[in-house]
Design a protein around this ligand. Structure first.
Ligand SMILES: O=C(O)CCC(=O)C(=O)O
Ligand SMILES: [Fe+2]
Length: 335
């Protein structure tokens, strides 16, 4: 008799239809909250369908970013993030290295373009966007801002569902997630096709956990995003579902929930592919002056919280510096 084979570990990334919740149906809301809790306590990743961002808004946005990334490098470099006091604008290939642990890892083989709503300079990440001239990429700014606000609204709804999933009042995270000065940032990505000599050797995005609270990622149908199954150390694809949002928990939310909700390591591999890949991450990392300390109900009776209280600002600034190197007026002022 042969040895008994261990079954492959299965990583479940549930697909949750939130349409009933968004329509205000109490039964659907309770079911969605339970599904969200289960996903966050396990892999920390799920995909959201039946959401409020229209297909037209997504398509218009994806079309606009592909036209932007198709511009000559000199044109994109005019909007370089390195000229921005607040990490806004164009980030060239290799501009970020999200894998902080592996010193041999390549820089991330993606280019990006980041925006936020404009706020007066002062607080971390506040300041002006950089946009291409309207004649250079017609409709880009309009499509990007329309997309931003649509996903912003969905992220607020997801925080309310998150509150319900934790047995908290629905509005518990509102002050955090809807603060006009809060850290909400949208970064569009373009992953160029990988030549054979680089496939497998480079990373689209190195292994990392997201810094903040909640990420909503739109990916096209090319694929490449993978999550780590911690116990077995194996990587598993997040299969693209057209129009869905990959929703994941970041380090702040893991800390806030006293490790009950998981911030999972993920990466984008560079498969041998002749296709360009586009994605866009929307990070809602909340109000800068919020203190993160274990939420009610997340510390078992008789135990101490796993972490000291921490201000959002301190955490986010440190993580930006680690992955981009010091940059931006805010950080220079504090150095
Ligand atoms: O492009 C992707 O699929 C993932 C990007 C990502 O993980 C990030 O920007 O934090
Ligand atoms: Fe990420």
């Amino acid at each position: 008799m042969g040895s008994i084979e261990q079954p492959e570990p299965t990583v479940k990334i549930p697909i949750i239809d939130v349409s009933g919740y968004l329509a205000g149906d109490p039964k659907a809301t309770a079911a969605c909250a339970a599904e969200l809790r289960e996903a966050c306590e396990n892999q920390g990743f799920l995909q959201v369908i039946g959401h409020s961002v229209s297909e037209a808004t997504q398509k218009k946005f994806l079309d606009a970013i592909s036209r932007f990334f198709a511009l000559p490098t000199e044109e994109k470099e005019k909007l370089s993030q390195s000229n921005s006091p607040c990490y806004r604008g164009y980030e060239k290939i290799g501009g970020q290295k999200l894998d902080e642990l592996d010193t041999n890892a390549t820089t991330d083989q993606k280019e990006g373009f980041s925006i936020r709503p404009e706020r007066p300079l002062g607080k971390f990440l506040a300041g002006p966007n950089q946009w291409p001239e309207e004649s250079v990429v017609p409709g880009f700014k309009e499509a990007y801002m329309e997309y931003f606000w649509a996903v912003h609204s969905l992220s607020k709804a997801m925080f309310q569902l998150m509150a319900l999933s934790l047995g908290l009042d629905r509005t518990y995270f509102d002050a955090f997630a809807a603060d006009p000065d809060g850290i909400c940032l949208c970064r569009a990505h373009h992953y160029p096709p990988t030549p054979p000599d680089a496939a497998g050797r480079t990373r689209g995005v190195g292994a990392h956990t997201d810094f903040g609270a909640l990420t909503l990622l739109l990916q096209d149908t090319v694929g490449g995003l993978e999550v780590l199954h911690k116990r077995t150390g194996t990587w598993h694809s997040v299969l693209p579902v057209e129009g869905a949002y990959v929703c994941n928990i970041g380090d702040l939310m893991q800390r806030w929930t006293n490790n009950r909700y998981r911030s999972t390591m993920h990466r984008v591999i560079s498969p041998l592919s002749h296709t360009d890949r586009y994605s866009c991450a929307f990070f809602n990392d909340g109000a800068l002056d919020m203190m993160i300390e274990a939420l009610p109900g997340c510390v078992p009776e008789g135990e101490k919280p796993a972490y000291e209280p921490l201000k959002v600002e301190k955490h986010i600034v440190e993580r930006y510096v680690q992955s981009y190197g010091a940059g931006g007026t805010y950080i220079e002022q504090r150095a």
